[in-house]
Write a protein that binds this ligand. Structure first.
Ligand code: DGP
Ligand code: NA
Ligand code: NA
Length: 210
């Protein structure tokens, strides 16, 4: 494929944040907004629990299986790797991807367990680099109050506080921090604007790797 399809390539837009930060709702809202604009868009999420690797991850998160910390780390990464070639062909074909979590979740959640951060980053190298990372910033205590957590493995406020610290150490030039504690509609407006700018700017840019 080449990036020369009529409208240029699609954008890789990632939403990151703590559990209950509002990512999934904002991804859905952004997706329908972009579809309404006639923009070729798909909503993706990681972990993708549908694949066989994803099913192992899902069982681990539900505390139905136990796995060594490095082993589960590599499975999360493998779950991104198994979607890399499809991701690349979608983007080159002109489809914008709105992705709920990506490599930054991979690094922040595992580093929060005490694994070395450079070790955590290593298996992500070579995955496609996002054009835009929108970090929905919500205080861990506030996120926990939002209808409570669903009972999965990482949904504890002390752990989420450590995750937040690691997220804050990961910010790079593609990151935009959006205050996720304001009304949903305000967040939505900001997310839309960032996404629209990104989509028009990245058409001519080459895809790169992390
Ligand atoms: P979600 O389906 O977005 O609620 O994510 C499930 C949980 O898994 C959530 O607590 C965040 C965590 N998570 C997502 N991606 C990764 C990853 O790559 N590595 C680790 N260790 N945790 C992750
Ligand atoms: Na969750
Ligand atoms: Na979510």
């Amino acid at each position: 494929e080449n990036a020369g399809s009529k409208g240029g390539r699609g954008a890789l837009i990632v939403l990151e944040g703590l559990d209950r930060s509002g990512k999934s709702s904002q991804c859905a809202r952004l997706l329908s907004f972009l579809e309404g604009k006639g923009c070729a868009t798909e909503g993706w999420r990681f972990p993708d629990r549908e694949t066989s690797v994803g099913k192992m991850i899902s069982a681990y998160l539900a505390n139905e299986s136990q796995l060594d910390d490095r082993t589960i780390h590599l499975l999360f990464s493998a779950n991104r790797w198994e979607k890399r070639s499809l991701m690349e062909s979608k983007l080159l074909g002109g489809t914008t991807l709105v992705v709920d979590r990506y490599s930054y979740s991979g690094v922040a959640f595992s580093a929060a367990k005490g694994l070395d951060i450079e070790w955590c980053k290593a298996p992500e190298v070579g995955l496609l680099a996002p054009d835009l990372v929108i970090y929905l910033d919500v205080q861990p205590e506030k996120a926990a109050e939002r209808g409570g957590y669903g009972g999965e493995r990482y949904e504890r406020v002390e752990f989420q506080k450590r995750v937040a610290e690691y997220y804050h150490s990961l910010h790079d030039s593609t990151w935009k921090v959006v205050d996720g504690s304001v009304p949903m509609e305000t967040v939505e407006e900001q997310v839309r604007e960032l996404a629209m700018n990104c989509i028009s700017e990245c058409k001519e840019k080459q895809l790169t790797n992390l």
